[in-house]
Design a binder for this molecule. Structure first.
Ligand SMILES: Nc1ncnc2c1ncn2[C@@H]1O[C@H](COP(=O)(O)OP(=O)(O)OP(=O)(O)O)[C@@H](O)[C@H]1O
Ligand SMILES: [Mg+2]
Length: 637
């Protein structure tokens, strides 16, 4: 399980595990992102203006070097220096830079707001979808995969919106601006720069291609190291129990060394790349300076133009490098956005049910009518084609008619299950592990739909009952108990949010959880953390029984609820359960046969089929599988 959670495969894995993933349809994704900015889109105009101001101010400021230097030179050569004009030029240059700075502040500020708001909306949509997904989704997607939508993918997307795209845009504007001014200043020197850019691009491509191979390997190695650490933390107890610390360290050292190797290779290339491009730009600077100086001496060009041009060559290479860096991260972020949208576009759990569950009251003549408050009587409310509604009382009559089911098409888990539970009956399922006991309960509450055969509840096909109402009418104690962060009382109240303190205590007493809760340091106010680690396994089960009991449902399903409880507590629970069971239909799954002994009917399951059924005494008389199980002649697998 830990393995499944921590070692997600494919693009959804931990950050380091991904190479540069390419978006499938970048245009559509961008359009959808823009859709999320609805209401703020007018602000994008200011972002656009801000970026234009900041980039062009940088370019124009550099251009201003020309008149400033020329006026100094003129002053030096003619001997008369117009201080006022010179100061004016300086002030103007200062103003241009000030406008640029204001523009930069404006656009980054607005973009930050837009991206934060966009991410908020996307997170809401993703989480909302997560709550409506069918259980099947979680069967086919690992936790890590789903989690990374909320963590890695959201992070890269936020970075792209707040930094990547504005920077890319600003760099492009700068390049165009600088190029235009360079052409104006000196077409000849500009030609030289173009040749240089082509050479550098070729070299970077050659070396970059090599390094990307190593970077990919490095990312895989980081993924392996992270996955291993996560797994070891989760499985710490198992590691200790089997004294596998040394092996764990050895394996870690091995994969860590692989990471070291991949990282040093990747970085060797990357570290070569920086100096190479730097050196090229120095060579370029020196060449331009020499040629420019020659032209100035020859009188073809003034000294201000040369100085200004030299400054431009410097600011030409920087945005080119920036764009190439941002490009990859934007591509990555778009692929991440697609993964988020994929989750948002997943199909929600379908629900065509029309029959709903309502509180009801009974007239003296036996007719039912709807009540606004809990009355202890529940009714199914049917809408009729003519717009009227009819009510039938919820009794808890559950029937399976030839139900066939498999989680996947290849494997049938339940083969032709037929059974009935009359109101108030206790039906028990026993059988080997993997026989299909939990699967039966998964079908009653419609975690999965039945493809073949049908299940009826008080005569209604459960497919016609609204899922939330069906589940509200069932009290479930799942095989794997899960408690939430919060107090004990809050956890019990999860079964019925408006339960009073008295109701919570009553439910706890019914489940025999009251006595251990009273011994907790803060009683019902004791805070449980991370799935109730501060409780014992049995105590957690008692709490989950209390949680099911507080809802006071007409049907109860207990999946091995008593397996982690000692014999004395089990007897206590059984007593409590008997009270809990009164007037309810109960499905109970237990490996302990003592728990199921007093059931109205016991179903013995084997490989998805009911092979024996009857009361405890009947089954003993039959001397079949149950008899073997009961007399201990047959070990439960
Ligand atoms: N989510 C799932 N996806 C695919 N197959 C599953 C899934 N859950 C259970 N199965 C398969 O269905 C079969 C029945 O499983 P089920 O959980 O119903 O057994 P069980 O009788 O409750 O066993 P146990 O006594 O161990 O709880 C098993 O073979 C199991 O591998
Ligand atoms: Mg089970």
């Amino acid at each position: 399980m830990a393995n499944e959670k921590t070692m997600p495969k494919g693009p959804g894995g931990p950050r380091g595990m991904r190479g540069v993933a390419k978006p499938k349809n970048a245009g559509k994704t961008i359009a959808r992102l823009l859709g999320y900015m609805r209401g703020q889109r007018h602000l994008l105009v200011f972002v656009f203006i801000g970026i234009l101001c900041s980039s062009l101010a940088g370019v124009a400021g550099t251009y201003f070097l020309k008149p400033i230097i020329n006026s100094i030179e003129e002053g030096l050569s003619t001997g008369s220096f117009d201080v006022a004009a010179f100061v004016m030029k300086l002030v103007l240059m200062g103003c241009i830079y000030a406008v640029g700075a204001a523009g930069a502040y404006l656009y980054s500020r607005i973009m930050l707001n837009i991206s934060t708001e966009t991410m908020r909306k996307i997170r809401v949509d993703t989480f909302t979808k997560l709550q409506s997904l069918p259980i099947k989704y979680f069967d086919t997607h690992t936790h890590g995969e789903t989690m990374s939508r909320f963590t890695n993918d959201t992070d890269t997307l936020r970075e792209m919106l707040s930094q990547g795209i504005p920077q890319m845009f600003s760099s492009s504007v700068t390049i165009i601006g600088v190029f235009a001014f360079m052409c104006i200043l000196s077409p000849l020197l500009t030609m030289l720069i173009i040749v240089m850019v082509v050479v550098i691009t070729l070299v970077v491509k050659k070396i970059g291609g090599q390094s990307s191979k190593y970077f990919k390997r490095q990312q895989q190695a980081i993924g392996a190291v992270n996955g291993y650490i996560e797994e070891m933390i989760e499985g710490q107890k198992v590691v200790k129990v089997f004294c596998h610390e040394e092996e764990a360290k050895e394996k870690f050292t091995r994969i860590n060394d692989e990471l070291f190797e991949a990282a040093s290779n990747a970085n060797t290339f990357a570290s070569v790349l920086g100096p190479i491009t730097n050196n090229f730009s120095y060579i370029n600077y020196a060449l331009t300076a020499s040629i420019g100086a020659g032209l100035a001496v020859a009188g073809v060009m003034d000294i201000g133009t040369v100085a200004s041009f030299l400054q431009f060559t410097r600011s030409f290479f920087q945005p080119i490098t920036q764009i190439s860096q941002q490009f990859n991260s934007i591509i990555n972020a778009l692929a991440g956005a697609e993964r988020i949208f994929e989750l948002i576009d997943e199909e929600s759990e379908p629900d065509n049910g029309v029959v709903t569950l309502v509180y009801a009251m009974k007239h003296e003549d036996g007719t039912l009518f709807e009540a606004s408050e809990r009355t202890g009587v529940w009714a199914w409310k049917y809408p009729q084609p003519d717009g009227s509604v009819t009510y039938t009382e919820v009794c808890g009559d559950v029937r399976f008619e030839n139900v066939v089911f498999g989680y996947t098409e290849e494997k049938t888990v339940l083969r032709g299950i037929s059974l009935y539970a009359k109101p108030g009956q206790k039906i028990a399922f026993v059988g080997s592990t993997g026989a299909g006991k939990t699967t039966i309960t998964n079908l009653i509450n419609r975690f999965y739909d039945v493809p073949d055969g049908k299940i009826t509840y008080d005569g209604i096909n459960i497919n016609n009952i609204k899922k939330s109402d069906l589940r509200r009418s069932l009290g479930m104690v799942l095989q794997d108990t899960h408690l939430f962060t919060g107090t004990v009382a809050e956890n019990i109240r999860y079964g019925k949010l408006d339960a009073t303190d008295e109701e919570v205590v009553r439910a706890a007493k019914l489940a025999n959880a009251h006595s251990f809760i009273s011994h907790l340091p803060d009683g019902y106010d004791t805070v449980l953390t991370s799935d109730g680690v501060n409780l014992s396994q049995g105590q957690r089960q008692l709490l989950s029984i209390a949680r099911a009991a507080v809802a006071d449902p007409p049907v109860l399903i207990l999946d091995e609820a008593t397996s982690s409880i000692d014999t004395r507590t089990e007897a206590l629970i059984e007593k409590g359960m008997d009270t809990l069971m009164e007037g309810r239909t109960v499905f109970v799954i237990a490996h302990r046969l003592s728990t199921v002994r007093n059931s109205h009917a016991i179903m013995v399951l084997e490989k998805g089929e009911i092979i024996e059924r009857g009361t405890h005494d009947d089954l003993l008389k039959q001397q079949g599988k149950y008899y073997q199980l009961y007399t201990g002649m047959f070990e439960l697998e």
